[in-house]
Design a protein around this ligand. Sequence first.
Ligand code: PMP
Length: 396
Amino acid sequence: MGSRVLEEFLRENLAELKSKGLYNEINILEGANGPVIEIGGKEFINLSSNNYLGLATDKRLKERAVEATNLYGVGAGAVRTINGTLQVHDELEKRIARFKGTEAAIAFQSGFNCNMGAISAIMTKDDAILSDELNHASIIDGCRLSGAKIIRVRHQDMDDLRAKAKEAIESGLYGKLMYISDGVFSMDGDVADINGIVEACREYDLISYIDDAHGSGVMGKGAGTVKHFGHSKDIDLQMGTLSKAIGVVGGYVAGTKDLIDWLKVRARPFLFSTSMTPASAAACIEAIDIMEGSTELHDRLWENGLYLKKRLKEMGFNIGNSQTPITPVIIGDEVMAQRFSKRLFEEGVYAKAITFPTVPMGTGRIRNMPTAAHTTEMLDMALSAYEKVGRELGVI
Ligand code: PMP
């Protein structure tokens, strides 16, 4: 028999979540996570994945993964610092650096542990981190893990950043100062003001850190938000994931050789956790090959995003101010947003409601993520459902 304390803790807390309607029942997908998915024997147009370029199911990536598995086996065998690095991981890092326009790069097993590892390898309890208030959970956790003082900065507000940086410097309380921001904010689809960030960071000598999880593959012809603004050499840490547009799994930081050398001896997930599989690393290299070779998927993604936005706006929906293919449909009321998503599901569209506390109270929304793999016909089917449900629920 296990612990009674644990049993009680779980029973009470699960019951509370369920009674408040906050318990997330996870759907099982019967097959691949493509533009059309199958759940419970029924097909849905999928507008909920981060598979922006459709590469998660791309034949070329699958073949490269199989090839690497045959060559290296299914697992890396051990932590890279202990047992050595497989050539495929080393090659991936070199390719990421070249694509990002930096001297070097380090790959992690996921974007989440990349943020945990990289932030805490640089910042300590003697330092302070200025962090955009809408930053991703993995950034927040990485900041907390570092022990540094966390100073919240108003969303994309460079004046607030300057004021708080000045205050932190004048207090004399901190050693290093870092500013950290998402490159593309996934809830609204807005893009970080990289020019403004570079300027402010220079002015106050802040270490700059951009998490480009949603910008990689999407911005800068695929190379990301930092390169889009021409600042590859000005942002100290360009972080990104290999799990979204790249279609596989993993995270990385690109930067100077010294930075990467340091992370390779101090970032704890790199030091103490086995690397991603050789198949994953090889598939990521194939994704970079594809993106470097042609902007076709990138262009198709943007075309689809613009089409979806235009049609939803014409129907009368509030689609916010997204600057990327991410298309929120802002409903407002939390319960209505949930109801809307449920009705879309009944109409064959898989688009999740995002509500408080993930977004501010009263800005409940359906977040749509069109991808390069959606056909116009698929988007039209989703749009018909939107129109029908929007009218039925009085949203338009
Ligand atoms: N950063 C941001 C901004 C993200 O949206 C995510 C994924 N939700 C992550 C980091 C974590 O990435 P991964 O899923 O690759 O662990």
